[in-house]
Design a protein around this ligand. Structure first.
Ligand code: ZN
Ligand code: FE
Length: 240
């Protein structure tokens, strides 16, 4: 039984993800804008039941209100963000499971980018929605958390199965990869991934999803051995 996942490019470089079960149950992850989501729902005659938010930033939540108004969808979001995300029906904390049809969505608390950030892991589909915690070959800026927070969050993601497909919130892959190559110029897997990414981008194709196995080989932030190393990389990237 498979979960269907559509990437919907929104705003400047964000992705929202439309999830559909074989029974026609439908959810959207991180709708930073409503209209592009409504267009897809209308075109495919789908009814939206749930909105999943990884964190409170506007580019992941600004579509919430209009989607709720248009569809009556209910909001699944971090329990700790009740003050900053309005109308949460299903507040999730570490280890909580949101039941989406026959699919379990495990909430993994991944603070660092924001203090309330969560990621959603669905073992049956083998997919992770990690918002702005982990990007392909990058990681989120530390707006509200420490390097230690982000390091622990990335370790939790690292512990998931290698074959997990990672769906992150932004198409930052090409510039992230260039930074990784400046740190690890001799990394062959990284050079290979960059060739693939260049080809994809030239064709206007998303570089997402990416397997966790590939990220472990290519993402210098995920490869950092400790919080100090991660913090130094993040600072360097901030000033790159
Ligand atoms: Zn963000
Ligand atoms: Fe974002």
């Amino acid at each position: 039984m498979s979960l269907s996942i559509d990437l919907i490019p929104i705003l400047q470089d964000n992705y929202a993800f439309l999830l559909t079960t074989p029974d026609g149950l439908c959810a959207v992850v991180d709708p930073g804008d409503a209209q592009p989501i409504l267009d897809v729902l209308n075109a495919r005659d789908l009814t939206l039941s749930y909105i999943l938010n990884t964190h409170h930033h506007y580019d992941h939540t600004d579509g919430n209100a209009a989607l709720v108004a248009a569809t009556g969808a209910r909001i699944v979001a971090p329990a700790s963000e009740k003050e900053r995300i309005s109308g949460i029906s299903f507040p999730l904390s570490e280890g909580n499971i949101f039941q989406f049809g026959h699919f379990d969505f495990h909430a993994i608390e991944t603070p660092g980018h924001t203090r309330g950030h969560i990621s959603f892991y669905c073992p049956q589909a083998g997919v992770l929605f990690c918002g702005d915690t982990l990007f392909s070959m990058g990681c989120g800026r530390l707006f509200e958390g420490s390097a230690e927070d982000q390091f622990q969050s990335l370790q939790k993601i690292r512990a998931l199965p290698d074959e997990t497909l990672v769906y992150c919130g932004h198409e930052y892959t090409q510039s992230n990869g260039a930074f990784c190559q400046s740190i690890e110029p001799d990394n062959k897997a990284l050079a290979q991934r960059m060739n693939q990414v260049t080809t994809l981008r030239e064709a206007g194709t998303p570089t997402i999803p990416v397997s966790l196995a590939t990220e472990k080989q290519t993402n210098v932030f995920l490869r950092a051995k400790n919080a100090a190393e991660l913090g130094a990389l993040r600072t360097k990237k901030d000033h790159a």
